[in-house]
Design a protein around this ligand. Sequence first.
Ligand SMILES: [Zn+2]
Ligand SMILES: [Zn+2]
Length: 337
Amino acid sequence: MTMKALVYAAKEHMELRNEPEPVAEQGEVIVRILKAGICGSDMHAYHGHDPRRVPPLILGHEACGIAESGKYKGQKVVLNPLITCGECNDCLTGRQNLCQCRTAIGLKKPGAFADFTAIPERNLIPVPNDMPAEHAALAEPTATAVHAVALGERHTHRPLSEYKILVIGAGSIGLLTALLLQYKGCMDVTVSDTNSLRLTTCQQVGIDKVHNPLNDAPHPENHFDWVIDAVGSAITRDVAMHAIRPGGVFIHVGLQDASGTFDVRKMTLQEVAVIGAFSYTQTDMKVAVDYLYSGALGTLNWIEERQLSEGAAAFSDLDQGKTAAAKIILQIADMPG
Ligand SMILES: [Zn+2]
Ligand SMILES: [Zn+2]
């Protein structure tokens, strides 16, 4: 039996192919994929910059589907792509994102840009059947935002409602982080990006303060209580450390590159808390589903949907910054019945 799959065939080359259907190993179930989002890390792989993702590989890890077997058979589910051992101290204390045995679908295992994927049953999170699949497919980037904000909140000395917060990067993680901060009561959120199309999207969903470093004056020094860097480059780290207030919190989420210098003098003398935030725990994924389903993060009408067959074009449009959408979601199957 074969299925349709969008395969990362070689550097900057995505190909729609017929691939063998996956076979479930012990503890795994097969999921029929309904919709799956394209992530910044998929783009990173597409450029050949991720040594962990070796072509040929079916990418995609932000997915909603229908379980084909097991205890959730026939139910709509979100896939937690992070596969962990479940037995180490980090897993047992609910910090699965730190499991040293971790892997993921769309990384070493085939991913979700396909009709079917195989995944451990314990990685499935059932979602209400009336939850649109494109909203459910946002659970993974939303969980990343939930995790980053939760880490920041541990270092917070005043309520978020009193804070000025800068989010660098208006892709889906940046946008979802800004929406979550507003939902949590922060009234002064600025989103910064060099892509004006994406900033317009931010304004359309109620994030009034946007900043384009290509056109706008630099942020004042010592201005923001929190900076969340959803890009993670030498330039954005410099911007963050300049703009952060003494005693502020710098949450580093993106990992575009690891080059450049870091202002350790300011970090030390001004007690800037620098926090690395990586992915999410299973709890973050569940909380993300709840936020998305409840409408806490708005109508989510900024998603752009395309067919799986148009996936290769979607990758090249994202690469060239041609899309205003913070997230492109590939439509793979309709809800049966
Ligand atoms: Zn992702
Ligand atoms: Zn583990």
